[in-house]
Design a protein around this ligand. Sequence first.
Ligand SMILES: Cc1cc2nc3c(=O)[nH]c(=O)nc-3n(C[C@H](O)[C@H](O)[C@H](O)COP(=O)(O)OP(=O)(O)OC[C@H]3O[C@@H](n4cnc5c(N)ncnc54)[C@H](O)[C@@H]3O)c2cc1C
Ligand SMILES: NC(=O)C1=CN([C@@H]2O[C@H](COP(=O)(O)OP(=O)(O)OC[C@H]3O[C@@H](n4cnc5c(N)ncnc54)[C@H](OP(=O)(O)O)[C@@H]3O)[C@@H](O)[C@H]2O)C=CC1
Ligand SMILES: O=C(O)C(=O)Cc1c[nH]c2ccccc12
Length: 441
Amino acid sequence: MQEEQAAADAAGNSSPPSHQEQESSGGCCLVRGPIIVGAGPSGLAVAATLRRHAVPFTVLERSDGIADLWTNRTYDRLRLHLPKVFCELPHVGFPADFPTYPSKHDFLRYLRSYAARFAVSPLFGRTVTRARFDAAASLWRVTAVSAADGGRATEYASPWLVVASGENAEVVEPKVKGRERFAGEALHSSAYRSGERFKGRRVLVVGCGNSGMEMCLDLCELGAMPFMSVRSGVHVLPREMFGTSTFGVAMKLLKWLPIKLVDRFLLLVAKMVLGDTERHGLRRPKLGPLEIKKITGKSPVLDVGAWSLIKSGNIKIVPEVESFTGGSGVRFVDGNEMAFDAVIFATGYRSNVPSWLKDGDLFTEDGKPRAAQEPTTSSNSSCCSWRGPNGLYCVGFSGRGLLGAGADALRAAADIAGRWQAAAAAGGGASSKISISSASV
Ligand SMILES: Cc1cc2nc3c(=O)[nH]c(=O)nc-3n(C[C@H](O)[C@H](O)[C@H](O)COP(=O)(O)OP(=O)(O)OC[C@H]3O[C@@H](n4cnc5c(N)ncnc54)[C@H](O)[C@@H]3O)c2cc1C
Ligand SMILES: NC(=O)C1=CN([C@@H]2O[C@H](COP(=O)(O)OP(=O)(O)OC[C@H]3O[C@@H](n4cnc5c(N)ncnc54)[C@H](OP(=O)(O)O)[C@@H]3O)[C@@H](O)[C@H]2O)C=CC1
Ligand SMILES: O=C(O)C(=O)Cc1c[nH]c2ccccc12
């Protein structure tokens, strides 16, 4: 702990946020080291690793604390679905007394102590609204708006920009015909905390991903009547097989076998353990669970109890919603109509990067690094999901959860540290001060 603090002091950015920036009268901050957008697990992991390399950094976070997704946008009963060894950030493991599948409160405790240990003090309440590369100055110019400060915009500049704003930055909610006419409560799964207040009520949960499944389970256990609306198919896998985690089994097999074969194996075991999910209205996609995750980012459901309640009919499967018909009515695509007291849209999330990263087409329309979509060839062998051109880095966009975020963070931080040290050796430059004329700011 003291070591990290000493490194922070040496790098000159352990002190409160205002000391991390040199603000000019033009509203521009010339920062030392990279700018990191987002203080979730990915932003913290890259900051911690930069700290280890004695490279200073500035973290811009829109909310008022670290890990906003886990703190403010998740339900009470959430636990990690993967065993803790697959969810640790670089350098510090989970405490030994944590259970195999830590709760969100355990995970948040870990993240807070991680941030403290590496002296990561983000600038909170700063929403990044724009970032562009200024080729003339070889700098990223990043605009952040502070709501607490009356919407004041400040520009931060650095040769390096780390995008760590997450694959789940914004909610996805479908525009369903007649929604404004629905008399009951309608909310996104990110606003759902517990089934407690839905006791005795008929609740329609739209979406059958991990959130939708788990909310149905929670609703059922707390005395509500959940209905789950399913549009396309989903792979449901048992969270554990052969007394160990399904994810762990898959990781081991992937070392030796091609993904298609591992998928076939997982599906065979899933069928043995769960039975035929199609018989109960959950069609399986054509591609296997790992392949579909790799290609589209769509996660398989790791079952923690909802499946048996679907089989027993306590969670009822209904088709895709066609429209709200007024009052409590909902019409489905098969023409049937039912009444509900509440609707929960467990329809997922998207990245927000395309809305603020105004530089070429580095990210796809759905907010993923374009390089991550392209197969590696001899001509683009240096191209990867974690690094773009001109000092741009992406951490946490590989669709591989916390494990992938940690791997990205290690690579990005090492790459930046190499450049930082090279600049220092070349006589200061970026590592001592960035000089840009106020006219160009
Ligand atoms: C309900 C749920 C459960 C999950 N469980 C697991 C799991 O068990 N295991 C696993 O590996 N993965 C899980 N995931 C995936 C999840 O994406 C990762 O766990 C992890 O949160 C990713 O970290 P991140 O830092 O990349 O993104 P986030 O945690 O989303 O953090 C991004 C941060 O950036 C900030 N931000 C966003 N936009 C801006 C902006 N424009 N300006 C400034 N700040 C911004 C956000 O406020 C946020 O604090 C889960 C996801 C969800 C939704
Ligand atoms: N404990 C854990 O580890 C948990 C992890 N997570 C993770 O968080 C991430 C987000 O999960 P989740 O919130 O479930 O989101 P997902 O994106 O995984 O699932 C969204 C669901 O909503 C459906 N949907 C989307 N749009 C519509 C629409 N217009 N009409 C009908 N259905 C629609 C999708 O169906 P379709 O396939 O047809 O598009 C899909 O079933 C995932 O990575 C997930 O694994 C979530 C909860 C718990
Ligand atoms: O919960 C998620 O979606 C995650 O990102 C964790 C995760 C990463 N790779 C996977 C493969 C199968 C199931 C879950 C995950």
